[in-house]
Design a protein around this ligand. Structure first.
Ligand SMILES: Cc1ncc(COP(=O)(O)O)c(C=O)c1O
Length: 359
């Protein structure tokens, strides 16, 4: 594994953090955390099935469900814990799961723990998804289609309306991970699916609070029946100490701030457009991969930019396919026009020896 942390001590501009709205350092959230520690103490002291439950958990779940626009929600300690557990309660006997080739590792780990037959369709290729369904769906009692709304390593978005059509055509359940979209897209930050008018067609929506919400934790949203089943049967929910209450309090405060943060979302979009105009990339979201190819080249480019004061990170196989090592640039609302201008100029110069397509 190449060393990915070389010379990061004196970074001045962070282009690698998922905290794209600046919530992790928000003064009101720092105060909320301090006040909540005084009110609640530190640890939850147990699983929510035992001593760890509190009204604050249920209140936060209700508020988030209302914000996002789903009937019900269940809080997990992290997105990994959610995704690696939730499929165990979605998969019935004789279930076919058809998942995009590039869904997050946490989803794959979750699926591997189930008896489902798992087929992967080529990334964002709804025709391939349909071909798999046509060939196999009739042999199964249940079918689940899985995708993300913003892919974590490429920043691209799925052909959601085609996948919704397939869900209806094959009587499938549609599960979408919005980890990188919640708070960032849609009116009031309700997410990319909301913006696309596809939220209602999604049966299980998976969101996290560790990215644009600047905190940690995750929620699975859907019907009341889904929440009940998770709370009764999902092992990664049941067999783990609940999140500290101050964290839950901050999730609730962060949601309230992010809901009203249209100005920050507009700033983020403006920053993305500025970066794209200067570097000519394909992704239209805050995740902007610069694909270099070889690991050593990607790492050399990372180090060259690190030395100039930019915290950027190279990502390698197996997180991305072999030969597609890249810099995973993340644009934030907190970047200034000058930050983006100067970084883009340095990126263009430093990456020129490694590739032809950065303009
Ligand atoms: C698409 C996606 N889902 C889930 C997760 C896991 O979330 P968490 O960091 O809260 O464990 C990530 C994190 O990288 C992710 O990118």
């Amino acid at each position: 594994m190449p060393d990915n942390h070389h010379g990061l001590n004196q970074m001045s501009v962070n282009l690698t953090s998922n905290d794209v709205l600046g919530m992790a350092q928000h003064p009101a959230l720092k105060l909320a955390m301090k006040a909540a520690v005084d009110t609640y103490g530190i640890g939850a002291t147990g699983s929510r099935r035992l001593s760890g439950n509190h009204d604050l958990f249920c209140e936060t779940e209700e508020r988030v469900a209302q914000w996002v626009g789903k009937p019900s929600a269940v809080l997990f300690n992290s997105g990994y814990q959610m995704n690696s557990g939730v499929f165990s309660i979605l998969v019935q006997k004789n279930t076919l799961v058809v998942a995009d080739k590039w869904v997050h590792a946490s989803i794959i780990d979750g699926l591997l723990r189930t008896p489902a037959t798992v087929k992967r369709f080529r990334h964002n290729d709804a025709a391939h998804c349909e071909a798999i369904l046509q060939k196999m769906a009739s042999e199964f009692d249940a079918v689940i289609i899985v995708c993300e709304s913003v892919y974590s390593m490429d920043g691209d978005t799925p052909p959601i309306h085609d996948l919704v059509r397939l869900k209806h055509a094959f009587g499938a359940m549609l599960v979408v991970d919005e980890a990188h979209a919640i708070g960032v897209f849609g009116a009031g930050g309700r997410g990319w699916l909301h913006e696309q008018g596809a939220l209602e067609d999604v049966d299980v929506l998976l969101i996290t609070f560790g990215k644009a919400l600047g905190c940690c934790g995750a929620m699975a949203l859907g019907s009341h029946a889904l929440s009940d089943t998770i709370k009764r049967r999902c092992r990664s929910y049941i067999y783990s100490t609940a999140l500290p209450l101050p964290v839950v309090a901050v999730i609730q405060s962060s949601v309230a701030i992010v809901q009203g943060a249209d100005a920050l979302r507009h700033q983020l979009q403006a920053n993305i457009q500025q970066f794209k105009a200067l570097v000519h990339t394909e992704s239209s979201t805050h995740i902007q991969p610069i694909i270099i190819g070889g690991s050593d080249d990607a790492l050399a480019l990372q180090r060259a930019l690190n030395r100039l004061g930019y915290d950027v990170r190279a990502v390698h196989h197996p997180t991305v396919p072999k030969g597609q090592s890249r810099l995973r640039i993340i644009i934030s609302a907190t970047h200034s026009t000058q930050d983006i201008q100067q970084f883009s100029a340095h990126l263009t110069t430093k990456s020129a020896p490694y590739l032809a397509h950065v303009g």
